[in-house]
Design a protein around this ligand. Structure first.
Ligand code: ADP
Ligand code: ZN
Ligand code: ZN
Length: 816
């Protein structure tokens, strides 16, 4: 009997591919192992075996595989099931999931390039083939796998490459050029030549004439007498009250020495071990309830105000899972992979904590993957961003999704366009693991699931240590403009509080979101923004047609000459961004250091970490930023948070604008006054009586939830309706226009009024491609599985029309 295997290839193919294997190969193969296989004319790919069987493919002649690459499965059975679920649910191929799920180094193919990393001292450790490759790499800086096949004049070379990688001789070139750099912390120690105490005293004497340097040195000795931990430069600055320049001059005299440690890799020996804190009564009760709820329902939502100690509760639950020998997955939204949290967890759990990040380099990702696959000591607690749901868990017992409301859990590009929070719940189910969702501002969906009894709900209402939630004050800027009490975008109230805060040596955060590429019309007198009558979202302004349009349903009307609410002709599309605020601040506060954190300033390597750490170390007085500021950061010295314009948030053309505004404002407010002293939040707005603004000021989550649910029901949005968004792209507008009309019509045949569009988005041409959107709403009563199958059939028909074949369709399930 001939033997065959099914293989998932890292390509967007609808089906798995079948290859033939010899009896000996079949004997050694198991699902989850890798094989090198030929595909197309002369390409080689690495694929994953999913089944071994005796059924020859009907349509084509099965080719033999090139080689078996593993001696044991590197992909577990649960992973294969999980991939299948992701592919079905998010309407993509398992090949696309595979490509996202495994570190690139596992998936060598003919187009992979390698380059020389290290020439080994002793080349005897290299086998003949390996040596030939080393030689070739000294002639030519990079080689593709295809070229190496030529050089060695044989086909089966992937294991050779793998060995060279593990011997650290070559490295695989990555497509990702911007590598993640962990945050570094700067420390000082006494220069080695002065380690002995007597010398230290002489030193102090020698500094008689440099009192500030002497002061720094004294502070250093006093700090180091109290702790064995390395001393941070920021601590020394604070303790001595001296500037960085003084410390630097001591370093240049070789009295002190600076050194850095990366927080991700912090050698845990240098961290002082800590026991989990004793929980306060409210936390104790929450922990008890979570445990109890887990016995009945596997998913629990922990709704705790900012700084209530959610992390402390996580620590206790992690400990319990570890005692049972289980693995723990701790998910964080990408940007919030904060050094703060990593350090905190490492203090408790030492080397058991592994940090996983998709921007780590190939080799590091492979290493971490292996630790988890082997479930060794190091693979116990995995702390990572969304892609860590794809790791090869063996005995996953507990999953935490921290800041579960965060948008960055959703992957937009490329497929699979999954939401890691939702996928984590499925992952938990596959492993029989408990899942805890944590947030101070839960998403409407999760709260709805808790409210309706699908998840259990546990609430923490107080900040730890009875620190009060910040006081929130609303500033009516319509009034302020009228009374001429505005200076640029700053009200007199805000300026007054900034001055007070700075004079007390405390810090200020100013929040201005302009993620808006969509221009919105706004009345400068009353702040009114025109809304779509069908969708209840703000209309966006399209300058070429001088019209206002709804980017969901396509409703359009001419741009009005005066404001529909107050009649004023003073309406404009201008919004303002962080940069403008920064400029105004520089004029208003020339003495102070202003920092800006947004997409532009954090783009470079280290960008984000640098700004955070400068702010933490008090080198910045006022930090202006976008929603990046809201991500769970724990600053100790911020008294004042100013929200420059609540209206820019509220008017964003998205059905989630109100939910998001509430979350963003409460989260950014949560950065104020995290220590003993109560913080202050000022919200500037044209609409002081807007329900969301009021709900933020009273921290009224239930009120917000109730009202938003009403709107969602009325306008047919999630959680009442599910959505699928189709984006059609092509260079030729006529073509994409025609294709989208065809698709919308076909979908409408089955789903009628639940199909919206085709609609041109506000930015209709990106990289020379015209975009057209179609949005589908799926009634809760409709079967999701059957609907998707039907949609897939329509898409297959679409692709079969030769005129449309070159039109690319991006299918996005749960797009917002
Ligand atoms: P959250 O995650 O809810 O924002 P954290 O867990 O970060 O809150 O707690 C906020 C601060 O309060 C942290 O500095 C934390 O160490 C401290 N804290 C919270 N609970 C306790 C406790 N039971 N004992 C000591 N410190 C605590
Ligand atoms: Zn509309
Ligand atoms: Zn108006």
């Amino acid at each position: 009997m001939n033997k065959f295997i099914n293989v998932i290839l890292p390509l967007p193919l609808e089906k798995e591919f079948t290859y033939s294997v010899t009896d000996i190969e079949a004997e050694s193969l198991q699902p989850g192992m890798r094989v090198a296989v030929p595909f197309g004319k002369s390409k080689i790919y690495t694929g994953i075996v999913t089944a071994i069987h005796e059924k020859a493919p009907v349509i084509y002649q099965a080719k033999p595989i090139d080689q078996v690459l593993d001696s044991f499965p590197i992909v577990t059975e649960n992973q294969l099931k999980f991939w299948k679920w992701i592919a079905d649910y998010y309407m993509c191929t398992t090949g696309e999931v595979l490509k996202s799920a495994l570190p690139g180094a596992f998936l060598l193919e003919s187009e992979t390039f390698i380059r020389l990393k290290n020439i080994p001292e002793d080349t005897d450790i290299l086998l003949d083939d390996e040596f030939l490759i080393l030689e070739a790499l000294q002639q030519q800086s990079t080689l593709s796998i295809a070229e190496i096949i030529n050089i060695l004049n044989k086909k089966h070379i992937l294991p050779t490459i793998q060995r060279l990688v593990s011997k650290n001789v070559v490295e695989i070139l990555q497509e990702v050029n911007e590598q993640f750099k962990p945050k570094v912390i700067r420390y000082v120690r006494i220069h080695p030549s002065f380690s002995n105490e007597k010398l230290a005293h002489q030193l102090l004497d020698s500094l008689e004439k440099a009192p500030k340097q002497r002061e720094v040195l004294l502070s250093f000795f006093s700090l180091s007498s109290r702790t064995k931990k390395p001393i941070k430069i920021s601590e020394l600055k604070k303790a001595s009250g001296c500037s960085a320049a003084i410390i630097r001059s001591l370093a240049s005299k070789e009295i002190l020495e600076e050194f850095v440690l990366e927080t991700d890799r912090l050698n845990t020996e240098t961290l002082q071990k800590e026991e989990a804190s004793v929980l306060n009564d409210e936390q104790e009760k929450a922990l008890f309830d979570i445990r109890k709820n887990f016995r009945e329902k596997p998913v629990c939502l922990l709704h705790g105000v900012t700084s209530s100690g959610k992390t402390e509760i996580y620590v206790h639950l992690i400990e319990e899972a570890l005692e049972k020998g289980e693995q723990v997955l701790f998910l964080l939204p990408e940007i919030a992979l904060t050094a703060q949290l990593i350090e905190r967890l490492k203090r408790f759990f030492g080397n058991k904590v592994l940090v996983y990040h998709s921007r780590y380099n190939v080799q590091e990702r492979v290493e971490i993957y292996k630790h988890i696959l082997q479930h060794d000591e190091k693979g116990k607690i995995i702390l990572g961003a969304r892609s860590s749901i794809f790791l090869p868990f063996k005995n996953l017992g507990f999953v935490i999704v921290d800041e579960e409301h965060e948008v960055s859990y959703k992957q937009f590009e490329p497929a699979p366009r999954y939401n890691a929070r939702d996928a984590a719940i499925v992952l938990g189910k596959l492993h029989n693991a408990k899942v805890l969702l944590g947030s101070a501002t839960p998403s409407i969906e999760s709260f709805h699931n808790a409210f309706s009894g699908k998840y259990s709900l546990v609430t923490l209402q107080k900040r730890h240590g009875n620190v009060l939630l910040p006081q929130v004050e609303i500033v009516d800027i319509k009034e302020k403009y009228r009374k001429k009490q505005m200076n640029g975008h700053f009200s007199d109230r805000l300026l007054e509080e900034i001055r007070t805060t700075l004079s007390q040596g405390e810090q200020v955060i100013l929040f201005q979101n302009r993620r808006g590429y969509s221009p919105i019309l706004e009345c400068n007198q009353c702040g009114h923004t025109p809304q779509c009558p069908n969708c209840d979202v703000s209309l966006t302004y399209h300058s070429y047609s001088n019209k206002l349009r709804c980017h969901y349903c396509g409703y359009a009307k001419a741009k009005p000459i005066n404001c529909l609410a107050c009649g004023s002709v003073d309406i404009s599309t201008k919004g303002f961004g962080t940069e403008q605020i920064e400029d105004e601040l520089k004029t208003l506060f020339p003495e102070n250091v202003i920092g800006r954190m947004d997409f532009d300033t954090t783009r470079g390597k280290f960008g984000y970490e640098k700004i955070i750490s400068a702010f933490e170390q008090m080198e910045i007085d006022i930090l202006v930023g976008t929603q990046m500021l809201t991500k769970g950061l724990d600053f100790r010295n911020v008294r004042l948070v100013g929200i420059m314009s609540a209206d820019t948030l509220l008017n964003f053309p998205d059905f989630r604008a109100h939910e998001r505004s509430f979350q963003l404002m409460l989260q950014v407010a949560g950065r104020a006054g995290r220590t003993k002293k109560r913080g202050l939040v000022l919200i500037q707005t044209y609409n002081p009586y807007h329900n969301i603004v009021q709900q933020v000021s009273t921290n009224d989550y239930p009120g917000m939830f109730k009202e938003q649910m009403e709107e969602r029901r009325q306008y047919r949005y999630p959680p009442f309706f599910r959505m699928i968004k189709f984006v059609l792209k092509h260079r030729d507008f006529g073509k994409v226009d025609e294709a989208s009309k065809w698709l919308a019509k076909s979908l409408r045949n089955s789903y009628g009024e639940n199909i919206l569009g085709p609609e041109t988005p506000p930015i209709s041409r990106i990289r020379n491609q015209y975009h057209i959107n179609i949005l589908m709403k799926i009634d809760q009563r409709q079967s999701l599985v059957r609907t998707k199958q039907n949609v897939s059939r329509i898409l297959v028909t679409f692709n079969a029309i030769s005129a449309y074949r070159s039109v690319k369709i991006v299918t996005n399930v749960d797009p917002y």
